[in-house]
Design a protein around this ligand. Structure first.
Ligand code: FMN
Length: 214
């Protein structure tokens, strides 16, 4: 073994998650954990989440995207519908989203399904982004193979000229997804690896709450 990491370990002691303290609604618990992460100076991007998709080849793939909003409707993120993840989600809308806020020793894992949001909603968010990000979305046919870094930079320079005094339209393939969870797992690190894991599953019109062994 070139790099031995067997001695890498820490004890998790910053919090606990007990049944008497949790709400019946997992969105409420998510919001309180998200707000803690958001307020914490030790967390740089509280809204960075991993999304795992499984497409045609049946290999799961995770990558980080930014959560751009959430509420009782679900969780919103934006991407290129023609990217690898976009194609995977077209084929199989079932996916998994997870957050890990190391300084809080908290993890949240959600399984569910996505649907595309309306083009009008995507337009609205697209136009609220900085101009550089809007042009970047045009320059990048996300996940396609490109010949070089220069190719991308030259494309951006051309686009900057083309749209110097014009509104930048939303690229056809760029837009948002709404993720609706069917379950939520809240993980709080505890001492001696006896972590708290609280699992909410949607059942009829309410949420079933169970504790999982760590
Ligand atoms: C912190 C961070 C935030 C990111 N945010 C997004 C995002 O909101 N949307 C997006 O499409 N890609 C985002 N990316 C890039 C993705 O991780 C990924 O490289 C890209 O979406 C292409 O993935 P795919 O080929 O699997 O579709 C982000 C990456 C990082 C590290």
């Amino acid at each position: 073994m070139d790099k031995d990491l067997k001695d890498y370990r820490k004890s998790y002691e910053k919090g606990k998650l007990l049944e008497e303290d949790i709400p019946g609604d997992p969105y409420q618990l998510f919001k309180s954990w998200f707000d803690l992460a958001d307020k914490s100076l030790a967390v740089e991007e509280a809204n960075a989440m991993s999304i795992a998709t499984v497409g045609k080849d049946h290999y799961p793939k995770t990558r980080v995207v930014l959560l751009k909003g959430f509420g009782s409707n679900g969780f919103y993120f934006f991407t290129n519908y023609n990217s690898n993840k976009g194609k995977d989600l077209e084929e199989n809308p079932k996916c998994c989203i997870s957050f890990f806020w190391p300084s809080l020793e908290k993890q949240v894992i959600l399984q569910g399904e996505v649907s595309k949001i309306s083009a009008a909603e995507s337009e609205e968010y697209f136009h609220s982004r900085p101009k550089g990000s809007q042009l970047g979305a045009h320059a990048s046919n996300q996940s396609s193979v490109i010949p070089s870094r220069e190719y991308l930079e030259e494309k951006l320079i051309k686009l900057e000229k083309e749209y110097a005094d014009k509104e930048i339209p939303k690229p056809e393939a760029w837009g948002g997804f709404l993720f609706k969870p069917v379950n939520f797992e809240f993980w709080q690190g505890r001492a001696s690896r006896l972590h708290d894991r609280i699992f909410y599953t949607r059942e009829n019109d309410s949420w079933k709450i169970e504790r999982l062994a760590p």
